[in-house]
Ligand binder design. Structure first.
Ligand code: NAD
Ligand code: UDP
Length: 311
């Protein structure tokens, strides 16, 4: 049994990770300021003596004796991370410094939840880990992209300078239960809109692509990455390589929900990446991992989860 800290543990991905770690028999400290997370997401864990929730902002240092740290604290939906851009970049940068500081003090192994956004609007397709990316440093997405890039830099420097045991994963678009109905990301938006027979909001012409990963696949990859041999630090892409246009996603959601929704077209947000698809050769080789839940199956789980919003 290990003592594991999960920052951002009351969020969408974090709550699934806490659930998995508790199931595996570990002790879990869930650190969260509840900006986009909620106590409801972790309500099922609250009675467990091995689970502890701590209301805490990672911009401030935190002390505890732990064996492992998963650093997930950071809003991930463009709507949320752009709401207070300065706070977002502080969360990524100061959060990384504080969590790395804790790893240094305790000797804990620490994983950074980085993102496919560090590739920006990629000109290499699919994206391999060796690609340095194409990121606008002064745009409306920069608070998130550059914050996450800086966090990766900090992880590498603490590794090189202080010998901290680090792991870096780059997560590609992930969806699943416990996303907020008003999260703003495309899968939750479309499923809720379709269930309510409301217009499906396509930003731009809908030809931009994303590769959607179901949350259970991601959690398996995260745990496997944490347990890789010392010295393998990544970064490693974790995503589903099956790529769809946003129009194709809308068509699937409408068909699977039997919705009467129509498509409407809204302006494409600034710096919206045109394409995104992970190359997962490294994850396959190092983690013996690949996603097993394909989009239609995952969407059916989402539709069931958001069933209460059906009009
Ligand atoms: P989320 O918004 O549901 O979760 C983020 C959690 O962090 C929330 O519980 C929030 O309250 C907490 N948080 C935010 N700022 C904080 C702060 N200053 N101090 C303490 N807690 C704070 O988003 P998610 O989709 O679960 O994403 C989790 C992590 O995975 C994020 O780091 C995100 O960048 C990364 N990621 C997610 C995706 C995805 O598609 N879901 C893709 C790439 C990377
Ligand atoms: N998108 C859309 N309609 C929505 C929400 C998002 O067409 O209601 C588009 C968005 O412009 C982007 C893609 O879907 O091209 C994925 O957006 P999301 O916010 O889920 O993730 P990210 O852009 O960070 O990959």
């Amino acid at each position: 049994m290990k003592k594991i800290l999960v920052s951002g543990g009351a969020g969408f991905i974090g709550s699934h990770l806490c659930t998995r770690l508790i199931k595996d028999g570990h002790e879990v400290i869930c650190l969260d300021n509840l900006f986009t997370g909620s106590e409801e997401n972790i309500a099922h864990l609250k009675g467990n003596p091995r689970f502890q929730f701590v209301l805490h902002d990672v911009e401030l240092p935190y002390e505890a004796e732990v064996d492992e740290i998963y650093n997930l604290a950071c809003p991930a939906s463009p709507v949320h991370y752009q709401h207070d851009a300065i706070k977002t970049i502080k969360t990524s940068v100061l959060g990384a410094i504080n969590m790395l500081g804790l790893a240094k003090k305790t000797g804990a192994k620490i994983m950074q939840a980085s993102t496919s956004e560090i590739y920006g609007d990629p000109v290499i397709h699919p994206q391999v880990e060796s690609y340095w990316g194409n990121v606008n440093p002064i745009g409306i997405r920069s608070c998130y992209d550059e914050g996450k890039r800086c966090a990766e830099t900090l992880f590498m420097d603490y590794y090189r300078q202080n010998g901290i045991r680090i792991k870096i994963i780059r997560i590609f678009n992930t969806y699943g239960p416990r996303m907020l109905p008003d999260d703003g990301r495309v899968v939750s938006n479309f499923v809720v809109q379709a269930l309510q027979d409301k217009d499906i909001t396509i930003y731009g012409s809908g030809v931009q692509t994303r590769s959607f990963q179901y949350v259970d696949d991601l959690i398996e990859g995260m745990v496997r990455m944490m347990n890789t041999e010392e010295g393998f630090i990544g970064p490693v892409n974790l995503g589903n390589p099956n790529e769809f246009s946003i129009l194709e996603l809308a068509e699937k959601v409408i068909r699977l929900t039997g919705s009467k929704s129509k498509l409407i077209f809204k302006p494409l947000p600034h710096d919206d990446p045109r394409q995104r698809k992970p190359d997962i050769t490294l994850a396959k080789h190092k983690l013996d991992w690949q996603p097993v839940i394909e989009l239609e199956e995952g969407l059916l789980h989402m539709i069931e989860y958001f069933g209460k919003y059906r009009s």
